[in-house]
Design a protein around this ligand. Structure first.
Ligand code: PXL
Length: 283
């Protein structure tokens, strides 16, 4: 069985970061090791949440793993709460990187043109530096703009997307993928560039007009699980985009109208069956 390490916070209530990555990647048949950077009572969209920072635990934990000769097929980072955690993530990449370890970074820090409250522009630049250590990065358009000093636009064309991908490529990652890209009315999806082959890849599905917290983490977790299981990047991104959209649709049908996260638990069976079919076709 493949083994992934994910480095992000535990928001105890809120369905994001570790509480999404662990069930989703595990359901995809991949052992999921967690390195929690902090424990929060909820994610940061709630009022008055509590935080216990775990930064001082990170190196002792990974040193213990190292002493046990643990290896990872992938390391996936999401929300990192501080500049210091970015530095530590870089150290952990160096400790565990091998030819068989993919580093996948979702530089979670901003959306809709704005940085999340905990972050500033200096943090965005440090995240850009971390992205240079990755094999694959998964920023949304806002995060890409902050990392590359590009003007954020809500209306844009393919040339703008390609310009952003070109600038992201200069950060140093092998594959750069922009999420939340919409190039035609009613559609949304991903636009990626493989910097080694110079090939672009695109996947668009029907746009669901609703925004929920944690959906970026669900998308990234499925990408990680799919790639580690051996799907092509085209199939992994299509699976992630469709699962995320289907999960948002499922949540919109919930009469209780949850607001802080999506009903991904209800759609996990569909995720697993499509993964099984995709893997069988690829064999
Ligand atoms: O979903 C990203 C995320 C993860 N963890 C925490 C967050 C957020 C987004 O705001 O607040 C604590």
């Amino acid at each position: 069985m493949k083994r992934v390490l994910t480095i992000q916070d535990i928001s105890c209530l809120g369905k994001c970061s570790v509480t999404v990555a662990l069930p989703v990647i595990s359901a995809m048949g991949v052992e999921t090791v967690i390195l929690p950077t902090a424990v929060l009572s909820t994610h940061t969209m709630f009022q008055n949440f509590t935080v216990k920072d775990l930064t001082d635990q990170l190196i002792p934990i990974v040193e213990h793993w190292k002493s046990q000769n643990v290896e990872f097929d992938a390391i996936y980072t999401g929300y990192l709460g501080s500049a210091e955690e970015i530095e530590i993530a870089k150290k952990i990449f160096d400790m565990f990187r091998s030819d068989n370890t993919s580093i996948i970074i979702d530089p979670v820090m901003a959306d809709n043109g704005k940085l999340y409250p905990a972050f500033d522009e200096a943090y965005a630049k440090l995240n850009a530096g971390l992205c240079g250590s990755a094999d694959i990065i998964l920023p949304n358009i806002t995060e890409a703009c902050f990392m590359t000093d590009t003007e954020y636009k809500t209306e844009y064309d393919e040339a703008y997307v390609k310009e952003l991908l070109g600038k992201l490529a200069k950060l140093g990652s092998k594959i750069v993928v922009l999420t939340g890209v919409s190039l035609s009315e009613g559609k949304t999806g991903v636009y990626g560039l493989d910097t080694e082959s110079g090939e672009y890849f695109i996947y668009q599905n029907d746009h669901v007009d609703a925004a929920y917290h944690g959906t970026g983490d669900i998308f990234a977790s499925v990408v990680v699980g799919g790639l580690v299981r051996g799907l092509s990047k085209e199939k992994a991104f299509a699976l992630a985009a469709d699962y995320t959209a289907d999960t948002i649709r499922e949540t919109l049908n919930n009469p209780k109208k949850p607001w802080y996260g999506v009903d991904f638990e209800a759609t996990i069976p569909q995720l697993v069956s499509r993964l099984t079919v995709d893997l069988a076709v690829d064999e």
